[in-house]
Design a binder for this molecule. Structure first.
Ligand code: F6R
Length: 641
């Protein structure tokens, strides 16, 4: 396929890389080459920088280059944005972030580093913004601007509605953006309402712009920015037409681009089974007909004439794909004993199976596969749920205080207030009282919060029928040592996962996170699994183990992508929601509202129902809800072809 054909839907030149790590290396090397070239010409390099999860891999690569001897002393940097109001010592300020993630580890002179000042008086904001623009102009403008993209399509903090000519200014933050930042600020009410940001016009003036996007959560917005009309409601799209702009995305972030999702619309494709299923399912949606009613004309009129030539007529294709989709459906996720498994996603034997379900954070398991978990237990399998991380970072202080008070009250009741438990609770409570709002938690607070989540996870599994003794907790060290966006997987994490796999030798393994943004807990846990899997090599049991990927919250798969679809009855769905409700600390952290937990179960319910509807539209049976799974072959992050 020519490059021209590939990108005919794309209005921005887009490079799809195999992994974010590869993309980050490319960008870091490009920056280093630019620095070298300009330095050789006796000039400084002016670099526009972003914060957030997306560019951190690039920063790590730049630090690595510096450790190997590369000097960044000739860099002048300008950051895109900063919260307002915020002090530079606030751990969530972008000033603090940039110090921690980059500048403390490079030799960029302090006077060359520019970050909008979130602590200036309101009266001085305007002149400060003007001065920021003047400084950029004075050094000759930006040579290279690095960008991420927000879920609202924002670049910098240019939220929907920002004009193409906007310049550095104070902006009001979108509620979705504030929600996305709520976890970092320990509650949405703590997220500043305003921010200072370079404008779209300021960014446009850069001589080269590279926009990075990693992970499936960015897929929809990226496709709109790259393929949609340029519109102010999606600020990243306003960059279309820039003479030197490139998007670099991993496969998960690029998966909604037409060339990835509907490649037959872009050029000639090899008609492999998965591609055929995908095309016929798409056609059924486009023609608004169930698969079995598609006609030859439907195929030829919608650009699938060559599929018809190679594998037609429509009658044959329809039956073939209908059967394939039909065969993904099963009420027996662990296989149906004593029944033919020729057309079932799972093998009949052995029965019962050892089923291991990995939850990166407690709750992921219930959201992605609470109904299937229930079925596996009902059908007699030996199920273990392993929560890989404690999830303690997501517990509000108030819940920890409540638990500590309870322990102390209990101790007092039993006149045991000098017991180790009572003393522990007392210490935790004191530390909670002394803690300032954004300080990290002490070891005892984290331990207490972890125990609270353990309790919730056990109760949720119990709702699904699993005895609490079958819920394991790995407390992977990367999580205990880290904070959101800054987790680093280490060998000890991989060893722990490996140990669990070796101990249980599952016949089937359920996990998630293969397509998540690389800094998320889910992606880090998946990477731990991938490495553990690789290290276990060709052990006999590994070759016999089926690995099933379940989805994350609000990211269901297309029916054509699913390898195993487990239907849920209304009662099973209600039970799953009951399971989600056991995770009470995951409610909104505003004292008066229970919104987040409700949001979570609604999203989970919607996802499962949307999958069921998509099966229904293809002409299959109409179910209340479906949990979908993809099979993974143990290599890379892509599901099995
Ligand atoms: C921050 C910035 C933002 C982020 C965007 C994506 O300086 O420019 O536009 O790039 O919010 O954030 P992450 O990378 O955390 O997904």
């Amino acid at each position: 396929m020519s490059h021209q054909e590939e990108s005919s839907y794309e209005r921005i030149s887009t490079r799809i890389v195999n992994s974010s790590a590869e993309g980050c290396r490319l960008v870091a090397n490009e920056i280093a080459e630019l620095v070298t070239k300009k330095r050789d010409e006796g000039q400084k390099t002016v670099l526009g920088l972003a914060t957030g999860s997306t560019p951190t891999g690039v920063y790590r690569e730049l630090i690595k280059l510096h450790r190997e001897g590369f000097s960044f002393a000739s860099l002048i940097t300008f950051n895109l944005d900063e919260y307002y109001p915020i002090s530079s010592t606030h751990p969530e300020s972008y000033y603090y972030f940039m110090r921690e993630q980059l500048f403390d580890h490079l030799d960029v002179p302090d006077e060359n580093i520019h970050i909008p000042d979130g602590s200036v008086d309101r009266a001085d904001v305007y002149s400060n913004c003007q001065a920021y623009e003047d400084k950029i102009n004075k050094v000759g403008g930006l040579d290279f601007q690095l960008l991420g993209i927000g879920r609202t399509g924002h670049i910098g903090f240019n939220e929907p509605g920002s004009g193409r000519d906007s310049r550095t200014r104070l902006v009001h933050l979108d509620s979705l953006t504030r929600k996305d930042a709520a976890r970092d600020f320990l509650g949405v009410e703590n997220v500043p309402r305003y921010a200072l940001t370079m404008g779209v016009g300021t960014i446009w003036d850069a001589r080269r712009i590279v926009l990075l996007a990693w992970g499936e959560a960015k897929a929809a917005v990226l496709a709109q920015a790259v393929q949609g009309e340029p519109i102010e409601t999606l600020p990243a799209s306003l960059l279309q037409g820039h003479p030197n702009l490139e998007v670099i995305a991993d496969e998960a972030a690029a998966c909604e681009l037409t060339r990835m999702k509907r490649p037959w619309l872009v050029g000639k494709v090899p008609w492999k089974p998965r591609m055929i299923r995908s095309a016929v399912s798409w056609l059924s949606n486009e023609a608004d007909k169930p698969i079995l009613k598609l006609l030859d004309e439907d195929y030829s009129e919608r650009g699938l004439a060559d599929l018809l030539t190679e594998h037609g007529p429509a009658y044959d294709l329809n039956i073939r794909v209908f059967n394939e989709v039909q065969h993904t459906l099963t009420g027996w996720p662990g296989g149906k004993p004593r029944a033919s498994d020729e057309h079932r996603p799972e093998r009949a034997e052995p029965h019962p199976k050892r089923s291991l379900i990995l939850a990166p954070e407690p709750l992921n398991d219930i959201i992605g596969m609470g109904g299937t978990l229930h079925r596996l237990i009902d059908q007699g399998h030996e199920v273990t749920v392993a929560c890989l991380t404690s999830g303690n970072l997501a517990v509000p202080d108030a819940d920890a205080s409540k638990a500590a008070e309870l322990v102390m009250d209990l101790a007092e009741l039993s006149k045991g207030d000098e017991t180790a438990e009572a003393l522990f609770a007392k210490r935790a409570l004191e530390e909670l009282h002394e803690k300032n709002d954004f300080a990290g938690d002490s070891e005892s607070i984290r331990c207490l919060k972890g125990l609270i989540r353990r309790g919730e996870a056990k109760m949720a599994c119990e709702v699904c029928g699993l005895p609490t003794a079958k819920v394991r907790f790995l407390d992977l060290p990367f999580y205990e040592k880290g904070k959101y966006r800054q987790f680093r997987l280490e060998d000890e994490d991989v060893q722990k996962v490996r140990g669990l796999l070796e101990e249980l030798k599952p016949h089937q393994l359920y996990c998630t996170g293969a397509q998540a943004e690389p800094s998320t807990v889910q992606a880090v846990c998946f990477e731990a699994l991938r490495r553990a899997w690789e290290a276990l090599g060709n052990a006999d049991w590994i070759n016999e183990c089926y690995v099933w990927l379940y989805r994350g919250v609000s990211q269901e798969w297309d029916a054509s992508e699913i390898d195993m679809a487990v239907p849920l009855s209304p009662a099973e769905l209600a039970n799953k929601i009951q399971g989600i409700y056991q995770h009470q600390t995951q409610r909104s952290q505003t004292p008066t509202s229970n919104r987040t937990l409700r949001d979570i179960w609604r999203q989970a319910e919607d996802c499962d129902q949307r999958v069921a509807e998509s099966y229904d539209r293809l002409g299959l049976a109409e179910y209340e809800a479906i949990e979908g799974f993809r099979r993974w072959n143990g290599v890379g992050t892509a599901p099995t072809e």
